[in-house]
Design a binder for this molecule. Structure first.
Ligand code: ATP
Length: 219
């Protein structure tokens, strides 16, 4: 069965989610209190409607309980974000993802039953900081406070070595889950796979182990 998505708040963040879902061929309803924003998305989203989502009647009339996943992308008006989230959960929406504006907002959202809270500015800030401090780290995805998936550029130091020779799993407790080599991507590389300078290694593990690997082998 096809999943149905709704995005509440069509600012830069919600708008980008709405646009990307639509580009992927997913059914998405865009909702905003601002008529101009709704107009902008009328040709992008499957449906775009003007509604104040803090108004329970308005939410109900949209049939919001039938959506599989609703994303609340109201940022500045924390009260509206919280009220909307409470009502979505009360109406029985299975999955509600909410953008938090700050740590307190995040705490409240978790308490009232938001299924997933995102903090795009904070997370992107961390990501950029991590990319800036290391020359070899291209990108980084935080899995938990202590674990990440990191893209690391292979240096000349490990050129021509196989994964087995590097013994990353035993020595560093990390796994190379894929290698990007120009246009090619090798998923779950075998132990005998040779690594070349400029390969992009996609590595999963504890942050401290990844740092050790990066420092010892790559710099
Ligand atoms: P962004 O930070 O994503 O660029 P923004 O700064 O334009 O967003 P925000 O205050 O974060 O604006 O709000 C995002 C969108 O949510 C806006 O388009 C706003 O009109 C909409 N919005 C705010 N309150 C409500 C509400 N009660 N019901 C529906 N939409 C709302």
């Amino acid at each position: 069965m096809k999943k149905e998505f709704a995005v509440i708040g069509l600012g830069r963040f919600g708008g980008s989610i709405c646009r990307t879902l639509a580009e992927q061929g997913v059914e998405v309803m865009g909702i905003d209190i601002d008529e101009e924003r709704v107009d902008e998305y009328s040709t992008i989203a499957s449906h775009a409607v003007v509604a104040n989502t803090t108004d329970e009647k308005a939410l109900k009339s949209l049939g919001i309980r039938n959506f599989d996943h609703v994303i609340v992308a109201i940022g500045d008006d924390i009260q509206a974000s919280i009220l909307t989230t409470i009502m979505l959960k009360e109406l029985g929406v299975k999955k509600v993802t909410v953008k938090a504006q700050n740590d307190y907002h995040e705490k409240v959202l978790v308490k009232i039953g938001a299924d997933h809270v995102v903090h795009p500015e904070r997370d992107m800030g961390k990501r950029i900081a991590n990319n800036i401090i290391s020359n070899s780290v291209l990108d980084y995805l935080e899995l938990s406070d202590e674990h990440s998936i990191v893209e690391i550029v292979a240096s000349e130091k490990i050129h021509g070595h196989s994964i087995l020779q590097l013994d990353v799993r035993a020595k560093y407790g990390i796994n190379i889950v894929a290698i990007k080599r120009q246009d090619e991507i090798i998923v779950s590389p075998q132990a005998n796979e040779t690594i070349y300078e400029q390969d992009i290694l996609i590595v999963i593990g504890a942050d401290s182990d990844i740092n050790r690997f990066e420092r010892k082998v790559l710099s």
